[in-house]
Write a protein that binds this ligand. Structure first.
Ligand SMILES: Nc1ncnc2c1ncn2[C@@H]1O[C@H](COP(=O)(O)OP(=O)(O)O)[C@@H](O)[C@H]1O
Ligand SMILES: [Mg+2]
Length: 265
């Protein structure tokens, strides 16, 4: 579904340029959840921005589905690939009601039956119709992130890019949002790329992970290796230690109403 080969992203700066991503290559199969982990500034968000056609590509190739990413990004691509950001406060328009927020992408993409789709999308993210005419400041952080997820899903994308979707939330709310994302993945067979600095979050629902450092992918491994702490690269090991490893806690899972939970040790 996603093919990235030798991707280099170069930003111009006052003094010259910075290669935020260097020669990154990875592949994400259809319906797979792929994780990108690494410390702050390692280039994770830049890869997601490149995948959504929003970063200056110096060299390399990218393909999402049948779309080859180049200079111009076609409308159909914009609909197929949706992104959810870390900060639901910043990503929702403060003067738009939930209804307006969800209606906008439908109108842009010329999609019909808008009222019905808006009510359905709210239901899918666990918000009743009562939330439809609220403004962002009348919602909790978790509810705002649910609205941001509904906005991404309402155009029925094939790929969902998630940039630290739970990092700005309280720990209990983080688990709710992760469980919601996992349910949506199961139900819709979406292909997802999840960025996180937290290996526990990534271990919760990714199948494979790329570990980034200083703009480069230093290691790719399947999640079983992460869980077993069986990793090749010293840097990945230090990340594992920094995140306190990976652990599932059943009591937490029953509290959040799903069959898995995430916790830090
Ligand atoms: N628009 C930009 N102009 C210049 N440098 C940038 C820009 N965006 C990101 N960078 C730089 O690229 C590097 C990677 O950033 P980013 O992808 O945001 O990291 P991460 O998401 O892993 O924290 C950082 O050094 C950052 O300063
Ligand atoms: Mg980032």
């Amino acid at each position: 579904m996603i093919d990235v080969s030798a991707l280099t992203v170069r930003f111009r700066t006052k003094t010259g340029h910075v290669d935020a991503v260097r020669e990154a290559s990875f592949h994400v199969g259809e319906g797979e959840v792929f994780g990108l982990v690494g410390e702050s500034g390692s280039g994770k968000s830049t890869i997601l921005r490149a995948l959504s056609g929003l970063a200056p590509i110096a060299s390399g190739h990218m393909k999402i589905g049948s779309h080859v990413l180049g200079e111009k990004v076609p409308r159909a691509f914009r609909r197929d690939v949706q992104m959810v950001f870390q900060d639901p406060y910043g990503s929702l328009h403060p003067r738009f009601t939930v209804d307006q927020t969800l209606r906008e992408p439908l109108t842009i993409n010329g999609i019909d039956r808008q009222d019905e789709r808006i009510v359905d999308a709210l239901g899918e993210v666990g918000l009743g119709p009562a939330y439809r005419f609220r403004y962002p400041h009348q919602l909790s952080g978790g509810q705002r992130q649910r609205v941001a997820i509904a906005r991404a899903l309402i155009v029925e994308p094939r790929v969902l890019l998630l940039d630290e979707p739970t990092s700005a939330l309280d720990v209990s709310v983080q688990a709710e949002i992760l469980n919601l994302l996992r349910r949506l993945h199961r139900e819709r067979r979406l292909t997802m790329v999840l960025v996180s600095h937290n290996l526990a979050v990534v271990g919760f629902f990714c199948q494979r992970v790329a570990v980034m450092r200083n703009g480069e992918i230093v290691e790719q491994c399947d999640i079983a290796s992460i869980r077993a702490q069986r990793v090749e690269h010293e840097y990945t090991r230090s990340l594992l230690i920094a995140t306190g490893g990976y652990q599932r806690e059943p009591s937490y899972a029953s509290h959040s109403g799903a069959n898995g939970g995430v916790t830090k040790r």
